[in-house]
Design a protein around this ligand. Structure first.
Ligand SMILES: O=C(O)CCC(=O)C(=O)O
Length: 237
């Protein structure tokens, strides 16, 4: 993880990917289309790591144990699982860093579909340091905040539009804890209740490139939108 990202191509087979699929009863919500300067298009669904399907928890535990051992460091435990769906030709996320609340390791698994995954050194001007086509079974490990050294941040990264629908599952440690936003998205809390407690923002958090797309939807965002007309296909079960 010294560079801040690792790609493990084809690590999982299609059967293993199918076992990591989003539970059918968990609804999709639309990503906020714009966060600062960042545009994105896609759908997400979140749940607590410890309530996630057993295969997700098993994979998460294996990866965390292996990376903790390799780094000789106890990494923060996972507490949040996010499935994402990108529609063919339009799903994407502009260059961004996951917010500083995402500490330790970030694990992204592509369950199906292919897209260009790019790591940037800078956004403006755009300086690319690595790029690959991510496909089903690929695992990408990203450095979250403070991994390896205090103050380090998630690398600037982007994902492009897939040719066919793409599904992913991401496992992270959210230091602010999981739950309020998901409850809001499901309509259990009012927007005011779901608003985050006032926190002191560091200058880095004021940088729009550091905002994460589904942590803070605009107040006017619909609480829960209907899933897109073409329902997610495999590996839904
Ligand atoms: O879809 C991916 O592979 C990456 C997603 C991403 O960059 C994010 O959720 O922050």
């Amino acid at each position: 993880m010294t560079r801040g990202w690792v790609r493990l191509a084809g690590h999982l087979d299609p059967g293993e990917c199918a076992a990591l699929a989003k539970p059918e009863t968990l609804p999709w919500s639309r990503m906020a289309p714009k966060v600062g300067a960042i545009t994105q298009h896609g759908w997400f669904a979140q749940m607590l790591f410890h309530q996630a399907p057993v295969p997700v928890q098993t994979l998460g535990a294996l990866v965390l144990t292996a990376v903790s051992a390799a780094m000789d460091q106890k990494l923060p435990d996972w507490n949040e699982v996010t499935w994402q769906r990108y529609e063919a030709g339009r799903g994407h996320i502009d260059p961004h860093r996951d917010q500083a609340r995402y500490r330790g390791l970030i694990l992204i698994v592509t369950l199906s579909g292919q897209a260009e995954f790019t790591i940037f050194e800078s956004r403006d001007p755009p300086v690319v340091v690595d790029r690959w086509t991510t496909g089903g079974g690929d695992m990408v490990l990203l450095r979250g905040a403070d991994l390896g050294a205090p103050g380090v941040r998630c690398p600037l990264h982007a994902v492009g539009p897939p040719a066919a629908d793409r599904l992913t599952v991401t496992v992270r440690h959210n230091e602010r804890g999981y739950g309020r936003q998901a409850a809001y998205q499901r309509g259990h809390l009012s927007p005011d209740q779901a608003a985050e407690p006032r926190v002191r923002h560091t200058s880095s958090e004021a940088d729009p490139s550091l905002l994460h797309h589904h942590a803070r939807p605009p107040r006017c965002a619909p609480q829960l939108e209907a899933p897109p007309a073409s329902k997610p296909r495999a590996p839904q079960r």
